[in-house]
Ligand binder design. Structure first.
Ligand SMILES: CC(C)(COP(=O)(O)OP(=O)(O)OC[C@H]1O[C@@H](n2cnc3c(N)ncnc32)[C@H](O)[C@@H]1OP(=O)(O)O)[C@@H](O)C(=O)NCCC(=O)NCCS
Length: 205
């Protein structure tokens, strides 16, 4: 089943650590086959399927192909392909409103109450980013984030996400990508990204 592409597919040359350069295609998912590849990739990186937690994992947010298709229709997801193989994705989730995502909505409201995010702001939750090991250490994650901001800034002012304290690589990557670390607790760092300024404007409170 095909539906209209909502983002122009574009090729980006990427310098890879020790592996030369490759042209990666960034686009919005546009077929059931691509949604199935996204669901497989999502499953592969879940915490229970990863050995070295410091090098990255997803906690929660197991999404089916049907959910990924709905997300794609909403322009929630940007995917990277190399020679037809899915190698990365960056997504928000404005489709699922239960479990971890419900907790994230509540946390975003809490950040508004504390004055860290303005009350009237529209906040997207359910952020997930995954880059295949071979393509990590390139600018791919940041390129996808930039495209996702372009796709969604007519609907949202901020992205909110949380990262396990165990996920050292993701923490370092989000710092580099100018996410603002606004709170932390025993298990998680809480982060926001300001789509309007596109810069790191909030510090630890
Ligand atoms: C998170 C992710 C998208 C980041 O992409 P990436 O291409 O690896 O990110 P970058 O290379 O830009 O940044 C990673 C940084 O972590 C550092 N790093 C790597 N392993 C690390 C570790 N064990 N401890 C601390 N820092 C580490 C790297 O050196 C790099 O920093 P540097 O560029 O200053 O050297 C990618 O690692 C990934 O897909 N991980 C698996 C899924 C995941 O964890 N997603 C996020 C869930 S919150």
């Amino acid at each position: 089943m095909l539906y209209s592409a909502v983002m122009t597919a574009k090729l980006y040359p990427l310098a890879l650590k020790g592996a030369g350069s490759r042209e990666v295609l960034l686009k919005t998912p546009s077929s059931l086959k691509e949604a199935e590849a996204l669901a497989d990739f999502n499953r592969k990186w879940q915490r229970e399927n990863v050995k070295d937690l410091a090098s990255g994992f997803l906690s929660g947010g197991h999404f089916t192909p049907a959910i990924f298709m709905k997300m794609a229709r909403q322009k929630d997801t940007v995917v990277g392909f190399f020679q037809g193989r899915l190698i990365s994705y960056y997504t928000i989730n404005s489709v699922v409103k239960e479990g971890v995502l419900l907790e994230q909505f509540e946390k975003a409201e809490d950040l508004k109450t504390k004055g860290i995010i303005p009350h009237q702001a529209n906040v997207a939750v359910g952020v997930q980013v995954v880059v295949d090991t071979e393509y990590q250490g390139s600018v791919l994650a940041k390129l996808m984030l930039d495209r996702l901001v372009e796709n969604t800034r007519d609907r949202f002012d901020y992205f909110y996400t949380s990262i396990s304290r165990k996920n050292k690589k993701s923490i370092a990557a989000h710092k580099k990508a100018a996410w603002a670390f606004v709170e932390e607790d025993d298990c998680l760092h809480h982060l926001i990204y300001d789509l309007n300024t596109h810069i790191n404007s909030v510090k630890y409170g």
